[in-house]
Write a protein that binds this ligand. Sequence first.
Ligand SMILES: [Zn+2]
Length: 136
Amino acid sequence: MEHHPSWAALARETLGMLPTLVGADASRIAADIQRAIAASSRPGGVEELRRALYADVRVRTWIQSRPDPYEERSTVPGSSGYEGLAGKGFASAVPAPRYVCKTPGCTSTDTWIRGFMGEPVPRCSVCTRVLSRETQ
Ligand SMILES: [Zn+2]
């Protein structure tokens, strides 16, 4: 059995807004919506509820201008960033080559770790020579 609590919740919220949205038509539209809420647990009742809510263009416009609660839940802030972090964590399981300056007498303590295959090796910040792969 399909159940859509979000439509029922939206309908109840809409009932509270009706006097503001439609003025004198509020009681007539409220009766339609309340009837539809009561019927919304039946098969196809949600469609009736949706129709009742969208029957008046002023109510429909208001509903459609609201942020969709489903969308808010599916686009959690930083959800794509989480995937990026997971990807990096996986990659770092493979030991990454470290690069250091090997110029004799250079005071640099620069170390650089290659983030991905083919990433260009940076130059030393002190002697400006390209860093060399560290050997253990
Ligand atoms: Zn150097």
